[in-house]
Design a protein around this ligand. Structure first.
Ligand code: PLP
Length: 441
């Protein structure tokens, strides 16, 4: 049998001699049967070095809301390259981008830029501590806020170290972390407002911020339970703590004002990443002017050589203009396509007796593969996901999908992008039919 990933396999072998582990981000080692090497992308499609074409729902881990290599963005970047990529100084472009953010998102009165959401999370947490003078940050189990010491606390803890439901243990998945970092966090379970209240009461007067993904996209795409976001707002106001929405995934994907518009809440600080740059390294912190005062006065340090470089700003301005031009059409059109795909996958799964459970708001969704004997119904939180999602079986189905030209994320996420059409969804479902048949055989 011919190996349809032969060139990727050979490049991965070659990479072992120069790149540590052959990859440049830990999660990429999960790709089966081998981490793929790509040659070209256009719209919703990607071509690997072996010439295999796929419809891409990984879309740069959600950054490519405008698809691969959009023409207008290529032109904006090319024009900027000729003028200079990096001045380490001010440009009108940075005001253009800041003003577009202000225009779209009511809670954004001031912004600062960085190159990745991981950095922006660090800025936000430092600012929260600097402003409030309090030491602790409350975060939720299974939420991902970047790969730093601080961002990874409580992400993907192993079941034997979970701690009780009431007192989730503060765990970090990496060695080498400064142990005291863990002491600065309180971990709570997602989607239980009464549990959250008890957790905050336990640490009364010491919490500087509550940080969260408004829709928990990094674990099973779990939308916020009724009353959760208003409880976070109320507790933050009561405690004088900052409500920090990590909209790295939801920002612009859930509409011009992101998840805060979609679910109607008003955070103090927001983290933007991924779609704000459409695939270039760009991220932003936005929030109330009052909250930025310590940064404005220089009491809380915010810096970075490549911050607000004109190359990334030119890309971001183009991306934000697309969202502004779509206006009220976004996110309805994208969501309709996403819902259609979710329904189609569920129907096919039923036909082939595969226990696949799609979940999420359509703009991004997760496909959990239920373990034998697992109860049906929505995944409720991180622990529920670990207990009911059959990761090895999903990995097999994902591989079958890839072999038939549909690329989803290793952990089960699917990101929609604005270049997808009804015809693409039909083609995806035709390809998925062959993949499901192969998986079920
Ligand atoms: N926050 C969330 C919710 C994310 O999903 C991610 C990345 O996936 C990050 C922060 C970190 O973003 P970056 O990889 O750009 O540093």
């Amino acid at each position: 049998m011919t190996d349809r990933f032969a060139k990727s396999r050979s490049l991965f072998e070659r990479a072992q001699n120069s790149i540590a582990g052959g990859i440049n981000s830990g999660i990429r080692k999960m790709e089966q049967p081998v981490p793929l090497y790509f040659a070209r992308g256009s719209g919703s499609r990607l071509w690997d070095v072996d010439g295999n074409e796929c419809i891409d729902f990984q879309t740069g881990q959600g950054a490519l809301l405008f698809g691969h290599a959009p023409e207008g963005m290529a032109e904006a970047i090319s024009a900027q390259v000729r003028l200079g990529t990096h001045w380490a100084a001010q440009s009108e472009l940075e005001i253009d981008v800041a003003e577009r953010l202000q225009a779209m998102i009511p809670s954004v009165e001031r912004v600062r830029f960085n190159n990745s959401a991981t950095e922006v999370v660090l800025s936000a947490l430092r600012l929260a501590r600097g402003l409030t003078g309090k030491p602790l940050v409350l975060k939720f189990e299974g939420h991902y806020h970047g790969w730093s010491d601080e961002g990874l606390v409580g992400f993907a803890p192993p079941p034997d170290k979970w701690g009780t439901e009431e007192e989730p243990t503060r765990l970090h998945p990496s060695k080498g972390v400064i142990p005291e970092v863990l002491d600065q966090f309180v971990v709570a379970r997602w989607n239980d407002p009464e549990h959250l209240r008890r957790r905050v009461d336990q640490y009364r007067g010491r919490i500087a911020a509550i940080i969260f993904e408004p829709a928990l996209c990094n674990t099973s795409c779990i939308e916020p339970a009724p009353g959760l976001l208003s409880t976070i707002r109320e507790l933050c106001d009561r405690e004088g703590a900052l409500m920090i929405a990590d909209e790295t995934i939801t920002g612009f994907r859930f509409g011009p004002s992101g998840a805060q518009g979609y679910y109607d809440f008003s955070p103090d600080l927001t983290i933007f990443g991924k779609a704000i740059g459409g695939g270039v390294p760009f991220a932003a912190l936005g929030g109330r002017t009052r909250i930025f005062e310590p940064i404005i006065r220089g009491e809380v340090v915010h810096a970075g050589t490549l911050n607000a470089n004109p190359l990334c700003l030119s890309a971001s301005r183009w991306c934000l203009d697309q969202i502004l031009a779509l206006g009220k059409e976004h996110p309805t059109g994208l969501q309709c396509l996403g819902n259609k795909l979710m329904e189609g996958l569920e129907r096919l799964a039923h036909e082939y007796a595969i226990p696949l459970h799609p979940q999420g708001p359509g703009l991004v969704f997760h496909t959990a593969m239920l373990k034998p004997g697992a109860a049906p119904g929505p995944i409720r939180d991180y622990r529920d996901c670990v207990q009911r999602h059959d990761a090895p079986r999903w990995a097999h189905l994902r591989r079958c999908l890839l072999e038939h030209g549909v690329r989803a994320i290793e952990r089960g996420l699917w990101f929609m992008n604005l270049t997808l059409t009804e015809a693409d969804i039909e083609t995806t479902l035709t390809r998925a039919t062959a993949a499901f048949a192969q998986h079920a055989a």
